[in-house]
Ligand binder design. Structure first.
Ligand code: ARG
Length: 485
């Protein structure tokens, strides 16, 4: 007999309808959290004198048994893990006791609490994985302060830079991703329990106690808000989507850099595939899939936004449909982060090819124009005109060529205004170019060295924050266990 439907409903659902409505598959993700939530609720019910001590201990030992049996032992014909678990509890300890667990509670506040607990674990693990990826980028950057490479705008050769500078750009983006994840964590780790269906309850619950026992940082006060909102989910998936975009951009570069045209890197064998017909091929499949899986996560964001956008308060069953998108997005972003880490960690860097490519495409044109401005005092726009005309000729810029063109453009020779052969030569040297760009955040080796010190300090702080959060969650588990004893 279905403990949920036996009163109000007469007709049994057929398999097709059950499958349509069930959340059992996705609920695998919240089974452990559900047991913790049940335990904390029951301990609090006993402390508040709502159930007897003996009832509390019988329910707790039943829950312990169910935890050991695992979700697969539950009756899968129930619509969700919460009611299936309660049914199993009643089977084990009888309805007179087991039937008291759900006092002062609804599945609405229960499921929100479970998702928040499971999600916070994903967020902490992801933060650590992003930290590790950023640390690897910084570690590689640290070996390439002097590795000259082309910098691009519009995927066209633009100005010379270094590999350190380029990799640090990605590391900085990841640091912001960590910041965003921290924010999402704060708003996820709040306790909805005690809201019941939405109107709270007449039982004298202690919401602060379940907050403490389940390591929530605070509680969501308004009980209608507590069960209605999935904004923490939208925020988390939006952080995932942002991070995936950053990962996808990195993946795209790894793919391009490993082509014969670029030849800047060779990806590790582990992260490569080959062709079933072309025996010579080494394909960057892991990076390509990372790029593609970005679509999965962006799709998840659109899904959760759209599912939630027109829901009236408070709980609506629609909310159940949002949760699987959350887990899919979390799994995808976490595995992608680990793949990115491994690819960066194992890739072979072809410094010589990067240096050679830096000679192509007249990437030193900006510095040449700047040098002309500094030595002759003509306006930058005029120097831009002259150097642009040099580029158009396709010839190697020399002082005499510059003089010839400037005579036509401004009726003056640059050499007569202070530009020397040595100035031109220096401006055309990619190494000198990079060395000059020592403005804060620029690619000059001494500047990228300074940037690394700053980033490393941030990474240490992040690691510390992660450890604090893990400790807090762990100590609450201890508190719950002591309360149970
Ligand atoms: N499986 C449901 C979900 O994920 C649990 C809450 C069900 N509540 C309800 N009133 N039917 O949202």
């Amino acid at each position: 007999m279905n403990i949920l439907r036996r009163g109000r409903l007469q007709v049994k659902q057929d398999e097709d309808i059950m499958r349509f409505t069930s959340s059992m598959e996705a609920d695998k993700r919240i089974f452990d959290a559900d047991i913790e939530v049940d335990k904390a609720h029951v301990v609090m019910l006993k402390e508040q004198g709502i159930i007897k001590k003996s009832e509390c201990s019988d329910i707790l030992s039943g829950l312990g048994k169910i935890q050991k049996e695992g979700i697969s032992a539950l009756d899968a014909s129930y619509e969700d893990v919460h009611i299936a678990l309660e049914a199993r509890l009643i089977e084990l300890v009888g309805e007179d006791t087991g039937g008291r667990m759900h006092s002062g509670r609804s599945r609405n506040d229960e499921v929100a609490a479970c998702i928040r607990i499971a999600l916070r674990g994903e967020l902490v693990n992801l933060m650590e994985e992003v930290h590790d990826l950023a640390a690897t980028l910084v570690g590689t950057a640290g070996k390439h302060h002097d590795t000259i490479m082309p910098g691009y705008t519009h995927t066209q050769h633009a100005q010379p830079t270094t590999l350190a500078h380029h990799l640090l750009a990605h590391a900085n983006a990841l640091l912001r991703d960590i910041e965003r994840l921290k924010g999402a964590y704060e708003r996820t780790n709040q306790n909805p329990l005690g809201a019941a269906a939405f109107a709270s309850t007449g039982f004298p619950l202690d919401r602060k106690r379940t907050t403490e026992l389940l390591a929530f940082d605070s509680l969501i006060e308004n009980s209608m808000d507590a069960v209605s909102t999935r904004d923490f989910m939208i925020e988390s998936v939006s952080c995932f989507a942002n991070l995936m975009t950053n990962l996808s951009r990195l993946a795209e570069e790894l793919i391009m850099w490993s082509t014969s045209e670029f030849g800047f890197i060779e990806l590790g064998d582990k992260y490569s595939s080959t062709s079933s017909i072309m025996p010579q091929k080494k394909n960057p499949d892991v990076a390509e899939l990372m790029r593609a899986k970005t679509g999965t996560v962006h799709g998840a964001l659109m899904s959760v936004l759209t599912i939630c956008k027109a829901l009236p308060c408070s709980y609506n069953r629609d909310l159940q449909e949002a949760t699987p998108h959350l887990w899919r997005a979390a799994d995808t972003v976490r595995s992608s982060t680990r793949m990115a880490w491994g690819m960066v960690e194992t890739m072979k860097i072809k410094k010589e090819n990067m240096r050679k490519a830096s000679g192509a495409g007249f990437m030193t044109a900006t510095e040449l124009a700047d040098t002309i401005v500094r030595t002759t005092g003509i306006p930058f726009r005029t120097a831009h005109h002259i150097v642009g005309t040099v580029a158009k000729t396709g010839k190697t810029p020399t002082l005499s060529l510059l003089d010839e063109l400037s005579s036509k453009i401004i009726n003056e020779k640059l050499s007569e205004k202070g530009l020397s052969e040595k100035d031109v030569k220096q401006a055309l040297d990619p190494v000198e170019n990079v060395k000059k760009r020592a403005v804060m955040g620029g690619p000059a080796p001494k500047e990228t060295k300074r940037q690394i010190v700053v980033i490393k300090r941030k990474l240490v702080t992040t690691k510390g924050d992660i450890n604090i959060v893990r400790k807090k969650i762990g100590s609450a588990a201890g508190k719950l266990n002591r309360a149970i004893k």
